[in-house]
Design a protein around this ligand. Structure first.
Ligand code: CO
Length: 208
């Protein structure tokens, strides 16, 4: 990949878009009304919009290492606030992917500097689900199950925010946990039963 090619690609893309609709960019500039907030991993192989088949304007996107939603991260918290309370999205998706390097790094003991506190959130997920994970003998299966459980816990972090709790009450906003299978290209809905998970913890996290 030559970086100067990117500008050539861009010119070609503009031509293709305008051939389909001469007002395309003029209309895009008028504003956005996405229905979905997608929180995914920064991994270069996980091309979020492409794998979902969505067009510009349809999905508000936030990506970071290992699709995390740390409660004190101003970046992801601002994204959730803006998407939910201002853009009024009706769906929040946390999407992980199998063979995530961030989750793999969290399972190892190497000192990774500034990444340590970020990845420690994943170790907390491991600790919360240790009983289940320790029963899995195959390392790959254990690794991929931790990826799914990390998605689940980040969804719970989404639900802990007051913006999301308010939107669930007022307009039935839905939170979804997905995982992308990098070996097949398939997007999988983990169908997380939030009612069951939240039943015992909402008395702690409820914000009215
Ligand atoms: Co990743």
């Amino acid at each position: 990949m030559n970086i100067t090619n990117i500008f050539e690609n861009n010119k070609k893309w503009i031509g293709e878009r305008l051939a389909g609709d001469s007002e395309y960019f003029k209309n895009l500039s008028k504003g956005q009304n996405p229905q979905i907030l997608y929180i995914g991993c920064s991994d270069s192989r996980v091309s979020s919009e492409e794998l979902m088949g969505v067009e510009p304007g349809e999905v508000f996107v936030h990506r970071n290492i290992a699709n995390m939603v740390p409660n004190t991260d101003l970046n992801v918290m601002s994204v959730i606030n803006f998407a939910v309370s201002h853009l009024k999205v009706n769906h929040v998706v946390v999407c992980g992917h199998y063979y995530c390097g961030g989750v793999k790094a969290a399972m190892q003991s190497a000192d990774l500097g500034i990444l340590n506190p970020w990845l420690r959130n994943i170790r907390d997920v491991y600790r919360l689900h240790r009983k289940e994970l320790d029963l899995i003998e195959c390392e790959d299966d254990k690794y991929n199950r931790l990826i799914e459980l990390n998605v689940q816990e980040q969804c719970v972090n989404v639900i802990k925010t007051s913006d999301v709790q308010k939107a669930i009450r007022e307009r039935q906003l839905t939170v979804h946990g997905w995982v992308w299978d990098i070996q097949t290209g398939k997007l999988i809905d983990l169908k997380i039963d939030f009612d069951k998970i939240l039943k015992n913890i909402m008395e702690i996290y409820r914000i009215s």
